[in-house]
Design a protein around this ligand. Structure first.
Ligand code: XMP
Length: 512
């Protein structure tokens, strides 16, 4: 069995996968397992260290998640993060209490004890807290490493037993030296190597795909976006002509998208792309539906109906490959542990029970920016790699309420103008994602001495690294002005443009 240098046990935090990616960024290979994975099963992977993630529960809840307690006797260093810290405290005999002051956001550390975790990081550092319970009394053998204003115990350790715990989240971007802290744990405390990279990931995935698929065929749903293109490229490397790439035009695409995708596959990937025009079918099914989750489910199901129909035209297709990313997974369903559903991303929560395909999702555990690195590794063109993300359900989740052909036209026209202006002002590559949303809100305006009563478009532009968190982009007002003027003057039916100034959290990037 393959050795897994660092094992991460997932207690349901939205950030568990970020722990893994921070370690990957430092070249350390790691895998995530559900919190209840047995110590025997973990021992078989010969880990050099174990990380216990955060989680939404309280250690004192009746149904709190507890790991197999034998993991504490495995003799390898253990790091607990937030909920993981509380588990460690409880296990070794300390006291955790609910805190009156929920600590949420940035905090400054005050160091009291030297600790290898913080080696080569400054004394003055900001970390990101998000917790209700806190440690009130340390277990025997533990010492306080650092405190913060609201947490007496922000970092603790028992150097003899090699058990370390942090109240804050080193894995999120706002913890300034979080990546160094995790790296110190893996390399200095556990003795891991730092030689893993995206090239290793590509090789591992290609080998896995080959082994799983054998001589069968794989239908790969492509959208022209970076995720599905990278999946198609991986599959092409692994199984060559056994790959059947299918592009479904669901009628919810942006302007000219279909032609762009067809050209890209033909000219750059040299793969025989099958295009299916299913726009009428999708629009008919969406008629009269305004609930966001229902829209997402219908789209997910219709995709599968179309894919299954296409697959019947070939022998031996039992697999469906998709460019599902971790962001899609974590917000849709519980992955390895018990996390909460935010929305059903079409290629995860939107899949119907009756689907007969087996899924191949090589990107399921990685993030957008990592996919881009992987794409470059596989030799995909920059213009493909740098395209803004576009969700599988397309414009349907950017039209509030019921979707119809006229609104789609209006949104497409507004979106095209916005993208044109971003590109001509050299801003397209400076923002992570930009799009228009058609609000189901009419307002009064005045144009050429006449009263108007028309639709509102919202322009959404965000900065992000991985889509898990985002801030609205601070773009120049002059550019917003140009976009607004052009949309109102050129798109019939729109008389007002607004700019979305919500970050994620508390918002999500898409409106539905
Ligand atoms: P949210 O709206 O959840 O979006 O903050 C995070 C990122 O994911 C994209 N997104 C999707 N991608 N299928 C996809 O392939 C989906 O159903 C889906 N929903 C959201 C979104 O555009 C953003 O980049």
């Amino acid at each position: 069995m393959k050795q897994v240098p660092i094992v991460i046990l997932d207690f349901g935090s939205q950030y568990t996968q970020l722990i893994a990616r921070r370690l990957r960024e430092s070249g350390v290979y790691c895998e995530i397992y559900p919190y209840h994975e047995s110590a025997d099963s973990l021992k078989a992977k010969s880990p050099k260290g174990i990380i216990l993630s955060g989680g939404p529960a309280s250690v004192y809840d009746d149904n709190a998640y507890h790991p197999d307690s034998a993991i504490f006797d495995m003799g390898v260093p253990i790091l607990g993060i937030c909920y993981g810290m509380q588990l460690i405290t409880q296990h070794f005999g300390g006291v955790v209490i609910p805190s009156e002051n929920h600590e949420y956001g940035k905090a400054k550390l005050h160091f009291e004890e030297e600790c290898v975790l913080f080696e080569d990081t400054p004394n003055d550092q900001i970390v990101w807290m998000s917790h209700a319970d806190r440690v009130d009394m340390l277990p025997d053998g533990f010492v306080k490493v650092a405190s913060s204003e609201n947490s007496q115990y922000a970092a603790i350790m028992d150097g003899n037993r090699k058990v370390y715990a942090l109240q804050f989240h080193p894995e999120v971007h706002h913890s300034e030296y979080g990546k160094d802290i995790l790296k110190n744990f893996a390399i200095k405390l556990c003795g891991c190597e730092d030689s893993w990279n995206m090239g290793s990931f590509a090789k591992e995935q290609i080998a896995k795909i080959k082994e799983r698929v054998g001589d069968k065929k794989v239908l790969c749903g492509v959208s022209g976006g970076v995720d599905s293109s990278v999946v198609a490229a991986l599959l092409h490397e692994a199984i060559g002509d056994q790959l059947i790439p299918v592009f479904v035009d669901h009628g919810l695409l942006r302007a000219n998208e279909r032609e762009q995708v067809e050209n890209m596959f033909k000219n750059r990937l040299h793969a025989e792309l099958i295009t299916v025009d299913a726009s009428e079918e999708f629009l008919a099914k969406l008629k009269g539906v305004s609930d966001p989750e229902q829209k997402r489910k219908i789209i997910g199901e219709t995709f599968i109906t179309v894919f299954e129909r296409e697959a019947k035209k070939f022998d031996d297709i039992s697999f469906l490959a998709q460019g599902t990313l971790y962001t899609d997974v974590i917000e849709s369903v519980s992955v390895k542990g018990p996390s909460k559903t935010i929305k059903s991303h079409h290629n995860v929560g939107g899949l119907p029970d009756w689907m007969e395909f087996e899924l191949i999702e090589p990107l399921r555990e990685i993030f957008k920016d990592e996919v881009r690195k992987l794409g470059l590794e596989l030799g995909l063109p920059e213009e493909m790699i740098n395209r803004h993300p576009f969700p599988g359900p397309g414009l349907a989740i950017r039209i509030m309420g019921e979707v119809n052909a006229a609104d789609l036209e209006m949104l497409r026209a507004a979106d095209t103008i916005m993208i044109e202006e971003l590109k001509s002002h050299d801003y397209y590559n400076k923002v992570w994602q930009a799009f228009c949303v058609l609000l189901n809100v009419k307002s009064v305006g005045v144009m050429g001495d006449n009263r108007t009563y028309e639709n509102t478009v919202c322009v959404r532009m965000v900065e992000s690294v991985d889509g898990m968190t985002a801030t609205f982009a601070h773009i120049p007002h002059e550019l917003l002005d140009t976009i607004s003027n052009r949309i109102i003057n050129e798109v019939e039916g729109i008389n007002r443009v607004v700019y979305d100034i919500t970050s994620k959290p508390p918002g999500t990037i898409e409106w539905e």
